[in-house]
Write a protein that binds this ligand. Structure first.
Ligand SMILES: *Cc1c(COP(=O)(O)O)cnc(C)c1O
Length: 236
């Protein structure tokens, strides 16, 4: 099951990249609500796939979680495996210390206070924490993420923190029924990302696109897609 789902998602990534004339994006497997056993199984079939198709059996496999406590519990069960962990849910400031120690990436940095807290609490024995600035690209009042005009100031704050490494931008556009509106949101993200990447050589990641809109996001320049349902099936 998981092997077939992974193969299908990988085929979608390859086709989307080739149609768009762009490099293939990185896959982040979104494992919220999934048990540790499912993560271990997907990690195994993913490594086998990379070994067979790309001859890279030691590829880094990456999982995204939305809640710090849920991630910590699974990490404890999966401590024997080498996995890359991404925080993709809203991060409360009082969870910043735990998150700074538990994750390799935090994709949901959207305010200066969080930048300071993550920078202060990243443990010295670990590499700098990779961070993405989450942008509220559809200006939805209820959603998290910074306003597009705040990206430059947040980027400067991150660059001033030696324990953080700015890697790029992340967005969760509104699920507009009209495809054109979703494409427009992805395109606006690219408009923010391109100058940031030009200004800062370590910026390489534009995280956007989920199970339903991988192709649209890649067409607009996503370098990382976050996929849950298309890998693990519908969440209960
Ligand atoms: C749940 C989630 C995803 C994955 O969504 P699917 O539609 O299941 O692929 C991606 N990004 C974020 C931030 C999520 O919370």
């Amino acid at each position: 099951m998981l092997a077939q789902a992974l193969q299908h998602v990988m085929q979608r990534l390859t086709a989307a990249a080739s149609d768009a004339g762009r490099p293939e994006p990185r896959l982040l497997a979104v494992s919220k609500t999934q048990p540790a056993t499912a993560i271990a199984e997907l990690a195994a079939v993913w490594r086998a796939h990379e070994g067979r198709v790309r001859r890279q059996p030691n590829v880094v496999v990456a999982f995204g979680e939305n809640y710090v406590q849920e991630a910590l519990a699974k990490q404890a069960q999966l401590a024997a495996l080498t996995l890359e962990w991404h925080m993709i849910g809203h991060l409360q400031s009082n969870k910043a210390r735990e998150a700074a120690a538990a994750f390799d990436w935090v994709q949901t940095v959207d305010r200066a206070k969080l930048v300071t807290a993550l920078g202060r609490h990243r443990p010295p024995e670990l590499e700098a924490l990779n961070v993405l600035i989450q942008v509220n690209i559809d200006d939805e009042r209820s959603k998290h993420g910074c306003d597009p005009e705040q990206v430059d100031a947040l980027a400067r704050a991150i660059l001033a923190e030696p324990r953080l490494r700015l890697r790029g931008l992340m967005a969760i556009p509104a699920p507009h029924p009209e495809q054109a509106l979703r494409c427009a949101a992805f395109a606006r993200m690219r408009g923010l990302f391109d100058p940031l990447r030009e200004a800062h050589p370590q910026v390489d990641t534009l995280s956007m696109g989920m199970s339903d809109d991988i192709e649209l996001a890649v067409a607009e320049g996503a370098t990382m897609v976050r996929v849950g349902t298309a890998l693990f099936g519908a969440r209960g």
